[in-house]
Design a protein around this ligand. Structure first.
Ligand code: NYM
Length: 208
């Protein structure tokens, strides 16, 4: 008996756009409506590679731009088989950041887009990217950034521009994040539902 597959849904956006809260709300909403859904996030700091990334982000270790880029990518590669298995079991994955964060944050530091995209080639391609948009003013008015690397206003503006260059209308949906938490979850849930339905019998694709 063949099982219909789950959908690979990614939430992207700059820091403080509400991705983590919305991913968790979305998983809860999907589960309540009888669908199998799981939250996954990148970087996954629980692996050996993830622990190096954590040391870098918390300013406890230095890597050059290329090295940290490849570590973020490796961190996705080490999850590929697990993600594929879950999707084939019919579980929808709601993923908090993916290859687009990988490219946008490194390109914002000056690496070329093509170079940044290359290590991502062959990873699972999302069925849907929900990109949470915020005006610069709204982004800057949100509660203070933390102490991790990259959490400063100037750099976030550059990251935002880099995300915008990655936009692909064939599977991206820009969603205005300037609304209440529950309103935003409802909008995202509508897109997620449509995708789960339309992708259930389609094969998984690969980036890029
Ligand atoms: N980040 C995240 C990257 O620079 N490259 C990547 O591939 C990914 C997945 O890590 N500021 C950056 C973006 C964030 C930081 O993410 C930690 P989070 O979602 O705050 O744990």
């Amino acid at each position: 008996m063949s099982t219909t597959r789950g959908a690979l849904i990614v939430l992207e956006g700059v820091d403080r756009s509400g991705k983590t809260t919305q991913c968790k709300n979305l998983v809860e909403w999907l589960s309540k409506s009888g669908k199998k859904a799981k939250y996954i996030n990148f970087p996954d700091r629980s692996t050996d590679c993830g622990s190096l990334i954590d040391k870098f982000l918390t300013n406890n270790q230095e890597f050059n731009d290329e090295t940290i880029h490849l570590l973020f990518s490796l961190n996705r590669w080490e999850s590929k088989s697990k993600m594929e298995k879950l999707l084939k079991e019919g579980i929808t994955l709601v993923v908090d950041r993916y290859s687009y964060s990988g490219v946008a944050y490194s390109a914002a530091k000056g690496l070329s887009y093509d170079w940044c995209k290359n290590p991502e080639v062959g990873l699972l391609k999302p069925d849907l990217v929900l990109y949470l948009t915020l005006t610069c003013e709204a982004m800057l008015s949100r509660k203070g950034f933390g102490n991790e690397r990259y959490e400063n206003k100037e750099f976030q503006k550059k990251v935002r521009e880099c995300f915008e260059k990655l936009y692909d209308s064939s599977y991206w949906q820009n969603v205005d994040a300037n609304r209440s938490e529950m309103d935003l979850t409802q909008v995202l849930a509508k897109y997620a539902d449509e995708t789960i339905l339309s992708m259930s019998n389609k094969p998984l694709k690969l980036l890029w």
